[in-house]
Design a protein around this ligand. Structure first.
Ligand code: KG4
Ligand code: ZN
Length: 342
């Protein structure tokens, strides 16, 4: 996976609610990683508020980049290039990182590459592997995406299936709101689920018609809501402290998400005849998903690779890492580089 020309790349990520910068050598060796999270600013709303995100990135971007350089013990002139997330994400958030990176590239004469956030998430799962996993199947499960890709190289993803509605992480965040656990919902639901019985409630698992591959989580979210209302869709939603079996609801919900992710991933792996499976994005930090997918894929002779938990959620290590491959492939951006939110 290491290209011949050595590189030292500063990566910048600001697509959603994390301002991050990192320095990575040759696409693999992490020299620094700084992540400034806005979780507290958004927690009261139970989700990311774009206006707050944009303003927070503006405040954080300078110190975050300076922090990543200081942690690596490097100056801008020691770098081979800059990599920045340009797509997809919140437009105001993407613009902060991209404008900052363009300014640095112009003032220091550094090469600049624009990185696709999803490709970078997938790369995070491959970064520490001694043997390149390509071609492989990639499951991306985050707050904004739930999709399967065929990955023939770090820069070549072919979409196979995506969610019809909510992303898996979004479902975790919404159910956390219903159960009154903290934001972001993934970690807080997973913690509560450990005390519950995953088989207590049979929530629905979406299966695409005709046995194909696909995801949908809005029906599951509604099923949780109706369960909390005692099966009466028109009844008021109880306050979290009035819910008697919160841990069982959390565990049964988590199990339903994991089953849907694992079933579809294994069907796609079989259809595409791929033995290596990369899992990336915030929900890849989920322990039950790691365990169930690892066991069931292993039973079929397939290998699963997850990033270390700290590189599942948004970070700039994955941006700088993939930036190495873009630079090596000569895919340079100029100062016209623009963001693409969708
Ligand atoms: O990749 P990410 O940091 O941001 C996006 O690009 O969306 O993913 C954030 C999502 C949130 O929805 C969060 O609830 C979920 O990942 N998440 C988890 C866990 N940790 C984070 N979901 C389930 N289990 C976890 N342990
Ligand atoms: Zn992400």
């Amino acid at each position: 996976m290491v290209e011949r020309t050595p590189t030292t790349i500063l990566g910048i990520e600001s697509s959603c609610d994390e301002t991050a910068a990192a320095v990575v050598r040759d696409g693999r060796e992490i020299l620094s990683s700084v992540i400034v999270s806005q979780v507290e600013a958004h927690a009261v709303y139970g989700g990311v508020v774009p206006e707050i995100a944009g303003r927070s990135h503006l405040d954080a971007i300078g110190p975050t980049v300076d922090g990543a350089l200081a942690e690596a013990g490097l100056a801008l002139d020691d770098l081979s290039g800059l990599a920045v997330t340009t797509r997809p994400g919140l437009v105001g958030s993407l613009l902060v990182g991209t404008s900052y990176a363009k300014g640095l590239a112009y003032s220091r004469g550094l090469p600049l590459v624009g990185v696709h956030h999803i490709e970078a998430h997938v790369y995070a799962a491959a970064m520490d592997l001694a043997t390149p996993p390509w071609p492989c199947l990639a499951l991306v499960v985050s707050g904004g995406h739930t999709a399967l890709y065929r990955a023939d190289s770090p820069l070549s993803l072919t979409p196979l299936a995506a969610t019809l509605d909510d992303a898996a992480g979004e479902a975790f965040d919404k159910v956390a709101w219903m159960l009154g656990t903290s934001y972001p919902g993934g970690p807080s639901i997973a913690r509560l689920a450990r005390e519950g019985d995953a088989s207590a409630i049979q929530f629905p698992r979406y299966r695409p018609k005709g046995g194909g591959v696909g995801f949908s989580f809005s029906g599951l979210k509604t099923a949780v809501l109706y369960h909390l209302r005692g099966g009466d869709a028109l009844a008021p939603t109880p306050a979290p402290e009035e819910i008697g079996n919160r841990a069982d609801v959390a565990a049964s919900f988590e199990q339903a998400v994991v089953d849907a992710l694992v079933d579809n991933t294994l069907r796609a792996a079989q259809a595409e005849n791929l033995d290596n499976i990369l899992v990336a994005g915030g929900v890849a930090a989920n322990r039950r998903l790691r365990q169930v997918l690892g066991e069931r894929a292993g039973g079929q002779g397939r290998r699963t690779h997850f990033p270390p938990p700290e590189y599942c959620t948004d970070n700039a290590v994955m941006i700088a890492g993939l930036g190495h491959h873009l630079l090596a492939a000569g895919q340079l951006a100029d100062l016209e580089l623009d963001v693409r939110p969708n």
